[in-house]
Design a protein around this ligand. Structure first.
Ligand code: G6P
Length: 611
């Protein structure tokens, strides 16, 4: 939920920290702060965005060669300067930036207060800073000893950067539950919540493991466990280019990412579809494919947009593999003692690979003996490391908080999985397998065509920018797409929107329809086409304004609907990949017209690493 960055080296740290925070701002943006060390230690904090922090820092001439920064999404304590990070311990010896939640903070706080420690903020992070300080002073310990001891006492999740002002040639980093990456440079080293702020300085990274601590100096990094055992780091080479995390001329990351989808989908199947299109090979599933094909049941766990991709996965899997599928919100699944039988497969879907509830659901499923497969975008993130096997989506970094290309690439992976299993089980014939693959390969160019509705979507957005409510309807494969369209609108434009199965409209939402109510009907040609035509008529009979997403050349719906946005024709299984494009564009333009912060909508964060 928060983003942290740290630098230790010989260069001025200030701009490295500010630029790093800008890249991490998608993780949280209600307050920001930084510390710079250069003989003395200076802290800058503010409520608001990184640009507000930048203004404050720029008023000072101070710089340092060591620094840490933090961009916050508040959990404990309202967003204000006092609660912003870094948090400083009561004697000022420890400066802490933290992503996560210290769950037993209240007990620890009471204990420290009973020993006379006074607190300045409402944060759980200050409790940790003060615990370290207390142990440091009372136990006459080194900074490393005090930090290790404190971390052995806290419960909860953390990605941490800590500076001890008495040992100012080090940054301490520690991880449990929240992500933390160490960037290994030449005479300089970095810490960050993800690799995006590091990539312009070094391609060498270490993804920290839970309960590990790293002690960074400018030309040395020591990795240890919390039990004080030395660890040999697994240094990985990043496959990330700086251009991938820039807007590249687009007004917003979201728009860039919408337009990137042809490339993203292509990258998702590239190297996995055999050159003669006779088969699909998902390397990450090699050892589990047989087990998957014999599964009694598949349970998909995810949150947010990834959950919508999972719901679409249910339709695809049941049709092509004939394995029963249940789709669960990870947050519900993890807390209700779910029944997991031998032979069940759990598929966890997560763009970030860090969503706390999905990660916890993965751990629970494994404890209960299920084989867990991950579908994630961020390489080296926590979920892929906790699963038995998995497939990366390879969509490239998704920075816009509202997920777009992650959704289409997740659906692409689910389809590929289902086709491979269905073929293995003999449910999909060789011929049909080839037809499916051929169509899959054509999807990027069809998305390219679907993107041509951009101007029309803008024109429609101008008509509907002031609406207060919207209804999104779809049937079959297009029902999850309707849910996703509604989510896109509400999360970035703050317009209330509901997604519904079109036929269910009669059991409630139809009461909302009047001549002010835009109803977006996802009605491309598939098996449910005739039925959805009836639904459109029902809406028109109540004077609702119908915006229909249709297959190109559809004259029937064009005559009935008030407005249409066309997408190319495809097989039903891929219909969602095309139909979602106009919905993404429509919500994008409405949000821009309403003056909303599209890439960083209020109250939301890209990666929800707290439950
Ligand atoms: C947040 C993001 C959504 C995302 C969801 C799940 O709510 O704002 O865009 O769909 O988390 O994230 P994940 O990384 O697990 O896919």
């Amino acid at each position: 939920m928060c983003g942290i960055i740290g630098y230790i080296g010989s260069r001025p740290a200030r701009n490295i920290i500010i630029n790093g925070l800008k890249r991490l701002e998608y993780r949280g943006y209600d307050s920001a702060g930084m510390v710079l060390v250069n003989g003395e230690t200076k802290i800058f904090k503010c409520k608001g965005r990184v640009k507000d922090l930048e203004e404050i820092v720029n008023k000072s001439n101070f710089d340092g060669t060591i620094g840490m920064g933090h961009t916050r999404w508040a959990t404990h304590g309202e967003p204000n300067e006092l609660n912003a990070h870094p948090q400083i311990s009561y004697k000022g010896n420890f400066v802490v930036v933290h992503n996560g939640i210290i769950e037993n903070y209240s007990l620890l706080k009471k204990h420290l207060q009973s020993r006379g420690v006074v607190f300045a903020s409402e944060t759980d992070t200050e409790v940790l800073a003060n615990l370290i300080e207390h142990l440091y002073i009372e136990g006459d310990l080194t900074a490393e000893q005090a930090i290790t001891l404190a971390l052995n006492r806290v419960q909860g999740a953390y990605g941490l950067g800590i500076i001890c002002t008495k040992e100012p040639d080090k940054i301490f980093a520690a991880k449990r539950g929240s992500p933390l990456v160490i960037g290994v440079g030449d005479g300089e080293n970095f810490i960050a919540s993800d690799a995006t702020p590091i990539v312009e300085y070094t391609q060498k990274v270490v993804y920290m493991n839970d309960d590990d601590i790293a002690i960074l100096k400018k030309d040395q990094i020591i990795f240890k466990t919390l039990k004080n055992e030395l660890i040999e780091p697994d240094i990985k080479e990043l496959d990330l280019k700086i251009g991938e995390i820039d807007k590249e001329g687009f007004a917003h990351f979201m728009l860039k990412e919408i337009f990137e989808q042809p490339r993203a989908i292509h990258d998702t199947f590239r190297g996995r579809v055999l050159p003669d299109r006779s088969g699909i090979m998902l390397g990450g599933l090699h050892d589990v494919l047989d087990t998957m094909s014999q599964a009694e049941r598949i349970i998909i766990v995810a949150c947010g947009t990834s959950w919508h991709a999972g719901l679409l996965g249910e339709y695809i899997f049941e049709e092509y593999t004939r394995i029963p599928v249940e789709v669960e919100y990870a947050s519900e699944f993890r807390y209700r003692n779910p029944i997991i039988r031998k032979g069940d497969i759990v598929i966890a879907i997560s763009q970030s690979g860090e969503t706390a509830d999905t990660l916890a659901a993965v751990k629970l499923a494994r404890e209960k003996g299920a084989k867990v497969i991950g579908i994630c975008n961020v390489v080296g993130s926590s979920i892929p490391r906790e699963t038995d096997a998995g497939v990366y989506t390879h969509a490239g970094p998704e920075i816009g908080v509202a997920s777009t290309k992650a959704f289409t690439s997740q659906v692409t992976v689910l389809a590929m999985m289902a086709f491979e299993i269905g073929h293995l089980k003999g449910i999909i014939s060789d011929l049909f397998y080839k037809e499916l693959i051929t169509e899959l390969v054509s999807i990027p160019s069809k998305i390219e065509k679907a993107l041509k509705v951009n101007e029309q979507a803008l024109a429609l957005a101008k008509m509907f920018e002031n609406t207060h409510n919207a209804l999104y309807l779809g049937r079959g494969y297009l029902f999850p797409v309707a849910l996703e369209g509604a989510l896109k609108l509400k999360e970035i434009s703050y317009i209330h929107a509901e997604g519904y199965p079109a036929a269910e409209m009669k059991h409630g939402p139809i009461a909302l329809i009047d001549d002010n109510m835009p109803v977006v009907v996802v009605a491309t040609k598939d098996d449910t086409y005739e039925k959805i035509i009836n639904n459109i008529q029902e809406i028109k009979a109540r004077k609702g304004k119908v915006i229909a997403i249709v297959t190109e050349g559809d004259e029937i719906i064009r005559k009935m609907a008030d407005y249409v946005l066309e997408v190319p024709e495809t097989m039903t299984v891929f219909s969602g990949l095309l139909a979602v494009i106009p919905l993404q564009l429509l919500s994008y333009h409405i949000a821009v017209l309403r003056g909303c912060n599209v890439d960083q909508p209020r109250n939301l964060a890209k990666s929800v690493t707290v439950e």
